[in-house]
Design a protein around this ligand. Structure first.
Ligand SMILES: [Zn+2]
Length: 306
């Protein structure tokens, strides 16, 4: 049994004609209702400014609240758009990611969580909206978990096709939060080279354009799975599905079941009965998103049932 944070509210974060669209969450909701309806659905709560400020500058947080338009769109950058109902989505996405930690701390169950939300957050820097996202959901949740004092070492695995510059920058001096990312490189946002290693806690796995399944698997294993030597008591996935071969935004050619493989190999090596929080990032082809996510969730369900 897995726990799924889910809200209809994400269908109100209107971005106009944009790849990070309302359609994406409809596809995710369809998948969850088609295949995972027997699992535990939870409504996320609204995060407050204090929690968001664990990783974002308060001045920046206030500026986001103040920038939400009464009508039409606000552009934080050419890619990152807010409309009148967007703030609620931002706060629920952070809220669900943090609620998952509270569930684990309350020991309500073994704790495998998927946060079905939008917008993505891994590009959001401590003081800057970027790449469709405003608040860094995974980073806020991981910092909240660390602040609880209940977790010694936390791993974040990001298999979105883009490098999570925001997450890396937020944690690059934190020896107890590891960040591992596979991503097309060179590519947006420009970061993510091998030599960005933080304090020994950053593991980048750049992927060449047109990389296929078998090259992906060998690079991911060599640069992430085999390289990381630590024991973790909480694992996050920044789960993006834009490395799928159908995705229009990038040029990596993963198949549906590669998302099962990448989830499974991380769980097999690093997850010794520890809680898992998976947070939705990108994925802009509707079929690729549906089937990639289905494969990722399948591996999470197997782990939760072990
Ligand atoms: Zn992405």
């Amino acid at each position: 049994m897995i726990n799924i944070f889910f809200s209809q509210e994400y269908e109100n974060h209107d971005t106009g004609n944009h790849p990070e669209s309302i359609e994406r969450i409809k596809v995710v909701n369809n998948l969850i209702n088609d295949v995972y309806s027997k699992h535990n659905f939870i409504e996320p709560t609204i995060a407050d400014k204090k929690i968001i400020s664990f990783v974002h500058d308060l001045e920046y947080v206030n500026s986001i609240y103040d920038s939400i338009p009464n009508s039409g769109f606000t552009y934080f950058d050419p890619d990152t758009i807010a409309s009148p109902n967007s703030l609620k989505s931002y706060l629920l996405a952070v809220g669900g990611s943090v609620d998952a930690v509270n569930y684990i701390l309350d020991n309500k169950n073994k704790g495998v969580f998927f946060c079905a939300h939008r917008p993505p957050g891994h590009h959001a820097e401590s003081n800057k909206a970027m790449g469709f996202g405003v608040f860094n959901n995974v980073a806020i949740s991981a910092q909240y978990a660390q602040n609880s004092g209940k977790f010694k070492k936390i791993l974040i695995v990001d298999f979105d096709v883009h490098h999570g510059n925001g997450t890396q920058h937020i944690f690059e001096n934190n020896p107890n939060i590891y960040y591992a990312s596979s991503h097309q490189f060179p590519f947006y946002p420009g970061t993510g080279s091998f030599n960005e290693v933080g304090v020994g806690n950053i593991f980048n796995c750049p992927l060449p354009s047109d990389c296929d399944s078998s090259s992906f698997k060998s690079l991911f294993k060599k640069n992430i799975v085999d390289k990381i030597d630590a024991v973790f008591d909480l694992i996050y996935f920044s789960a993006g599905f834009d490395a799928h071969k159908l995705d229009p935004l990038a040029s990596i050619n993963l198949e549906d079941d590669d998302f099962y493989w990448v989830t499974k190999i991380i769980l097999e090596k690093f997850a010794n009965n520890v809680p898992i929080i998976s947070v939705l990032e990108g994925g802009y082809d509707m079929k690729g998103l549906y089937h990639g996510l289905n494969n990722h969730l399948k591996a999470l369900v197997e782990y939760s049932d072990e």
